[in-house]
Ligand binder design. Structure first.
Ligand code: PGA
Length: 251
């Protein structure tokens, strides 16, 4: 059985002072109030990974990155490599976030390459999948979500998911204040788990499938009560210490 996992995705927010303050407040709160069996990871903007590494050195909070490029080195102006992330004690990396798929036009193949490159450097990919409002309304939710997972399986094989996390993030719920109801989210999480079960039962039973999309203190508990929701990927609410700690405590 998977341990619950709550991941903070700070996106492109913060500055040195804010990052330090947030990390210290989260670190202190987690030590006091959160079941130590739960896993918590923070994904700051990459420029603040070194600061995050310093601030979290004496804590059991994991560090994650929001993105990286599949090549190890070369002429990729503006990019950073997965191998570089290891120097900053990263354990996780978010792959295929809908903002990367939509704003930066990342394809399924490119995302699969990133997934493989992350694992080649011992980083656990958090693969994000999710449908748009339009796709949900036209009944395509499952085919879109499972198709995004299949595209990665085609490249890396089902075994690779033994060391990965899947984040179901309906695009219509990200940063909008609209959350999928616990039942809506559970339905998709269960579909993902049964899809994986057909290929590898052990992988399906052990993988953490976390939910993202306007998770906040007020809805976290109801989401976590669902049998196939193993944690959360938290954007906006992870920048507010009290909100984030309440979510972590509910996991
Ligand atoms: P949100 O973002 O919690 O602000 O909706 C979630 C995400 O994009 O990972």
């Amino acid at each position: 059985m998977q341990r619950s996992l709550v991941v903070a995705n700070w996106k492109m927010n913060g500055n040195k002072l804010v990052v330090s303050q947030l990390l210290n407040a989260i670190k202190n709160g987690v030590n006091k109030d959160v079941n130590q069996a739960n896993k918590i990871a923070i994904c700051p903007p990459s420029l603040f990974l070194e600061l995050t590494q310093q601030e979290l050195v004496d804590s059991n909070i994991f560090i994650g990155a929001q993105n990286a490029h599949p090549q190890n080195a070369g002429a990729f102006t503006g990019e950073i490599a997965f191998v570089m992330l290891k120097e900053f004690s990263c354990s996780y990396v978010i792959i295929g976030h809908s903002e990367r798929r939509e704003i930066f036009a990342e394809s399924d193949i490119f995302i699969a390459e990133k997934f493989a490159a992350a694992q080649a450097h011992n980083l656990e990919p958090i693969l994000c999948v999710g449908e748009t409002q339009e796709q949900r309304e036209s009944g395509q939710t499952e085919s879109i979500v499972l198709g995004q997972i299949q595209a990665v399986i085609n490249e890396v094989g089902i075994e690779a998911f033994a060391k990965a996390v899947i984040a179901y993030e309906p695009i219509w719920a990200i940063g909008t204040g609209l959350t999928a109801s616990p039942e809506q989210a559970q339905e998709v999480h269960a579909a993902i788990r049964s899809f994986l079960t057909e290929m590898d039962q052990t992988v399906a039973e052990n993988i953490s499938i976390i939910y993202g999309g306007s998770v906040k203190a007020s809805n976290a508990e109801a989401l976590f009560k669902q049998s196939d929701i193993d944690g959360a990927l938290v954007g906006g609410a992870s920048l507010d210490v009290n909100e984030f700690l309440t979510i972590c405590a509910a996991a």
